[in-house]
Design a protein around this ligand. Structure first.
Ligand code: NAD
Length: 495
């Protein structure tokens, strides 16, 4: 990296100072120590980055590179991430406060994203179409789109960036990334590793800065072929409108308010652990957080007892410490948002069974206790809106029919969990839940091999799996006349 304390943009394979000359600070949310200054990007920086990406996209050395060779480069990038995994995990933990052991787990899995798309790179191809006119050869080709813009949030910076970068490069595009203003460091390092892996200078560019400045300028850039965005539903809606008006594609991975449903026939100790993992892992700062729990009335009390007992004993503290179980919220505004929602819930009539207070974690940071809310229902804002923190709402239900209705009564449709030992019920629920991912007797399982899609306001388009390649390519249909016959006069009636 150019400098440990001052980070520049990474454009065209080199470190570039911001056009404005301005920088912003990133703070460790556990200790409030200032970690580094990063370049404050604006439209002029985006202009440079898109131009650099466009230049590579049009360069025959990239355009005509064999797909097998593109696969090699992705594999090499995966290897380099594996070699740098510990440093990257530590950097992410310092930047966003997630537990070091969770970031180590994410970094250990991250090379697989690149290996998966490395294997796919030489399997992208069109098709032969046997139309009724056998004199005409019709085939399709899958072409890269051009310059892809990737805009990502702070909660899992490298993983969420890689969900876009790996398939975009695999399909032959070039990329400009605008990471979250709260987590710039590791994404810059990733771009540097891509260069080291052998991707041409300018194939992967990073402009750091704020959403309203660098992000908006990227979305508005006329040479952009697509935006792939992960973040809030509100920002996603703005991006969807902007891209639709310019007829360019967008893949949007947005918010959630996912139900975790515990039936009377569930293995309760397992279900309780699944509920705890679903909401308190990563301090609830995951899009797929199981923030609404529906427990069958016959097991409601026992489940609550198990979950709140574990919530009370969760070890809050330094995320770098292997023994810590809950780190801080990523920034002060996020901590205040969570605290505000719990107060709002109290005002709406919710009862705080456990937690419900901000704390400094003994380190001066932006922590919030694991919180369980009861006496809540689907009409309340704490049940309807995404809090993105360690706040769980628990509600009883009586019948399968009823819980399907309650679980689906949300604007979101990202994920859902079901806890049951009844196989038939598991399949019925998987079919009836209005969510792009359904987990049965587990929660938070994920793989770059498995497609994921947000339903309703949780997103548009698919990430991961082979399906996402369709989102990073365009389909061309080619017709070739193979006949030596003269081309008929179009105004002569065929007999
Ligand atoms: P956010 O929408 O505030 O910001 C996300 C990114 O968009 C940041 O890089 C930000 O700078 C940028 N941005 C903000 N305004 C912009 C604009 N007008 N134009 C262009 N870019 C802009 O979201 P966040 O607070 O960083 O992340 C949390 C949200 O992300 C939650 O809602 C969470 O559910 C969602 N999320 C979704 C997934 C998923 O896969 N569905 C995964 C992780 C997080």
């Amino acid at each position: 990296m150019s400098d440990l304390t001052t980070l520049q943009h990474f454009i065209g394979g080199t470190w570039v100072e911001p056009a404005s000359g301005e920088y912003f600070e990133s703070t460790n949310p556990a200790t409030l120590e200032v970690l580094y200054r990063a370049a404050r990007g604006n439209a002029a920086d985006i202009e440079k980055a898109v131009a650099a990406a466009r230049k590579v996209f049009e360069d025959p050395r990239w355009r005509d590179l064999s797909q097998t060779r593109r696969g090699h480069l992705l594999r090499r990038l995966g290897d380099l991430i594996a070699e740098n995994a510990e440093d990257l995990a530590r950097m992410e933990t310092q930047d966003n406060g997630k537990l070091l052991r969770e970031m180590r787990g994410q970094l250990a899995a991250l090379p697989e994203y690149y290996y998966y798309y490395a294997g796919l790179a030489d399997k992208i191809h069109g098709d032969f179409i046997p139309t009724s006119d056998r004199q005409v050869l019709n085939y399709t080709a899958r072409e890269p789109l051009g310059v892809v813009g990737a805009i990502t949030p702070w909660n899992s910076p490298l993983t969420l960036t890689s969900s876009k970068l790996a398939p975009a490069l695999c399909a032959g595009n070039t990329v400009v990334i605008k990471p979250s203003e709260y987590t710039s460091a590791t994404v810059l390092k990733l771009a540097e590793l891509a260069l080291e892996a052998g991707f041409p200078s300018g194939a992967v560019n990073v402009v750091t800065g704020f959403g309203a400045e660098a992000g908006q300028a990227l979305v508005d850039h006329r040479d952009l072929a697509k935006i792939s965005f992960t973040g809030s539903t509100a920002t996603g809606a703005r991006i969807a409108a902007a891209t639709a008006s310019r007829f360019i594609g967008s893949t949007l991975e947005l918010g959630g308010k996912s139900p975790n449903i515990v039936f009377e026939d569930a293995n309760l100790p397992n279900a309780a652990m699944g509920v705890v993992a679903g909401i308190f892992a990563a301090a609830g700062q995951t899009c797929i957080a199981g923030s609404r729990v529906f427990a069958h009335r016959s097991v409601y009390d026992e489940l609550l007892e198990r979950v709140s007992e574990r919530a009370r004993t969760i070890r809050i503290g330094d995320p770098m410490d292997e023994k810590t179980e809950l780190g801080p919220l990523a920034f002060e505004g996020q901590r205040d948002k969570v605290a505000g929602y719990v107060d709002l819930g109290r005002g709406e009539g919710a009862r705080v069974l456990t937690g419900g207070r901000a704390t400094d974690g003994g380190l001066g940071g932006w922590f919030y206790e694991p919180t369980v809310l009861v006496d809540v229902d689907n009409s309340m804002r704490v049940v309807r809106e995404e809090i993105f923190g360690p706040v769980l709402a628990v509600m009883p239900f009586d019948t399968e029919e009823e819980v399907v209705r309650l679980a689906n009564d949300t604007e979101y449709g990202l994920a859902a969990g079901v806890w049951t030992t009844n196989l038939a019920r598991a399949h019925r629920m998987a079919a009836r839940l209005d969510a792009g991912t359904v987990w049965v007797n587990t929660y938070r399982a994920m793989s770059p091999m498995s497609p994921r899609q947000g339903f309703k306001t949780s997103g548009v388009g698919v990430e991961h799996g082979t399906e996402t390649i369709l989102e990073y390519t365009r389909l061309k249909s080619v017709w070739i006349n193979t006949s030596e016959e003269p081309v008929a006069d179009p105004f002569t009636m065929r007999s």
